[in-house]
Design a protein around this ligand. Structure first.
Ligand code: ATP
Length: 450
């Protein structure tokens, strides 16, 4: 399948099945913003929940939920006011706006020159001089709109962690090494948003900052690099679609940095960054707030400003990577009612069962002989523990196909044998294998398989 087609198919499935909608669609949409529909919100929550559990159900990591609006000095200390900029150019002819360092990859905004690269327009002198554009969204605190009340929507969750380092250390009585994990919304006024959820203006991050003794920075950097790539593998991401890229150009705060990249249909793209941020952030917050942020190790009697190893993942970008990774089309042979055979294409989302928005669907084979009542009862029982979907419309084959597209890992079907001997079929999404199980312990059956 052509890569462009694949992306179109995923975007279309995401809308058709209720994963992702364009924001404010009835008003023509809002660029770079998306809404998560009934299945999308479940998938996103499951990804975030998996990350949260894996990060915080351990001795050495505490959770945090800091506010989106923070004191404006935070962003001066962090360097965002000064440095969080992209060079921007405008086309004098078609008025499109580009990131000046991406002209080779960007397409000219003029429909009349479809497919033409923006770099060509630059060569022809159509662009303004590059100027720096700060990516932070500004707003005002309180009712007076003047500069002294300016606050920013946070462009990353990390700073909320640094400014709470002392609070968390003291209240949780953690000793170094320890980490603080936080997930939540971040906002960046990106010059160009593109590639669906890859680069949006509002998105969610899953960040963990690990505070360490500066002498151990290399050891912990390696540890978190391994740990994070294994996390994606644990939830089924294909190994050959992931790679680690080492940054040769480092950000002003970093001593070393790598990206975990995924091969999207439009090319390789970062899904998570792992950075050795040294003591840059804590030092800067000490300097700007006047409050000394340091650590005293009462065993070794060492006093120091901790180094930070950061793992910074995008929840929405990861969701997109998992969607792409799990999308599959395969040819299946189906038996027609007259006994003949024909082939059809089955579209299936092979999502990890922990991520799947709906864990099981329940069908009565036909709508008679009390099969619907039994299927309803099974649905209600299972719903106490899992997200379950009941469906009695259309041929059972079509119902399976619908669930395949939603990534539902298991389907239970009530048939005439259920009436005679109390068993139902369980059909597994990936292999399509079916077996019979007792209808009275489906909760255990599901638990064992998820
Ligand atoms: P990029 O170079 O792609 O803009 P970045 O290096 O600025 O990314 P970080 O600041 O390291 O990204 O952010 C950490 C993670 O947050 C990224 O790996 C990505 O998953 C996510 N992220 C960053 N910007 C966006 C965005 N505009 N839309 C969606 N996710 C984003």
């Amino acid at each position: 399948m052509a890569k462009a087609d694949l992306m179109d198919k995923i975007v279309s499935l995401a809308k058709r099945r209720g994963f992702i909608f364009q924001s404010s669609e009835i008003y023509g949409g809002l660029n770079g913003c998306y809404d998560y529909g009934p299945l999308g919100v479940e998938l996103l929550r499951n990804i975030k929940e998996a990350w949260w559990r894996d990060m915080t159900l351990r001795e050495d990591i505490e959770g945090l939920d800091s506010s989106i609006l923070m004191h404006p000095r935070v962003w001066e200390a962090s360097g965002h006011v000064e440095n969080f900029t992209d060079p921007m150019v405008d086309c004098k002819e078609c008025k499109a706006r580009f990131k000046a360092d991406q002209l080779e990859e960007s397409e000219c905004g003029n429909r009349a020159y479809k497919g033409r690269k923006a770099i060509k327009c630059q060569e022809e002198g159509k662009f303004t001089e590059a100027r720096n554009f700060n990516l932070m969204f500004k707003t005002y605190l309180g009712s007076v709109e003047d500069n002294s009340n300016t606050v920013y929507l946070r462009p990353e969750t990390a700073q909320g962690i640094y400014v709470n380092f002392l609070n968390v250390k003291e209240s949780s009585r953690q000793r170094i090494p320890f980490g603080i994990a936080q997930l939540g919304k971040a906002f960046r006024n990106e010059i160009n948003t593109k590639n669906f959820l890859f680069r949006t203006r509002e998105f969610e991050q899953m960040e963990m900052q690990y505070f360490i003794n500066p002498e151990e920075d290399e050891k912990w950097f390696e540890y978190w690099k391994e740990d994070r790539i294994n996390w994606y593998k644990k939830y089924g991401m294909k190994k050959n679609k992931m790679k680690i890229t080492v940054h040769d150009k480092l950000a002003h705060y970093a001593k070393s940095a790598v990206d975990i990249e995924y091969e999207f249909p439009f090319g390789w793209g970062e899904i998570e960054g792992i950075h050795n941020r040294t003591d840059y952030d804590l030092k800067r917050h000490t300097e700007y707030s006047g409050k000394k942020i340091e650590y005293f190790d009462d065993l070794t009697k060492q006093r120091y400003i901790p180094f930070v190893i950061e793992t910074s993942a995008g929840a929405s970008r990861s969701l997109m990577a998992f969607l792409v990774d799990s999308y599959d089309e395969e040819e299946v042979i189906k038996e027609n009612s007259d006994g003949s055979k024909s082939s059809e294409i089955r579209t299936v989302l092979r999502l990890h069962s922990y991520f799947a928005p709906v864990k099981a669907a329940v069908f009565p084979l036909v709508n008679r002989d009390g099969m619907q009542d039994i299927a309803h009862n099974i649905t209600e029982d299972l719903r106490k523990y899992f997200r379950v979907f009941y469906d009695d419309s259309g041929a059972v084959g079509r119902r399976y196909r619908r669930q395949d597209e939603c990534g539902t890992p298991f389907c239970f079907t009530v048939d005439s044998q259920t009436l005679d001997e109390g068993t139902v079929t369980i059909r597994e999404r990936d292999s399509m294998a079916q077996e019979r199980v007792n209808k009275d312990n489906l909760k255990e059956v599901l638990l064992a398989r998820i």
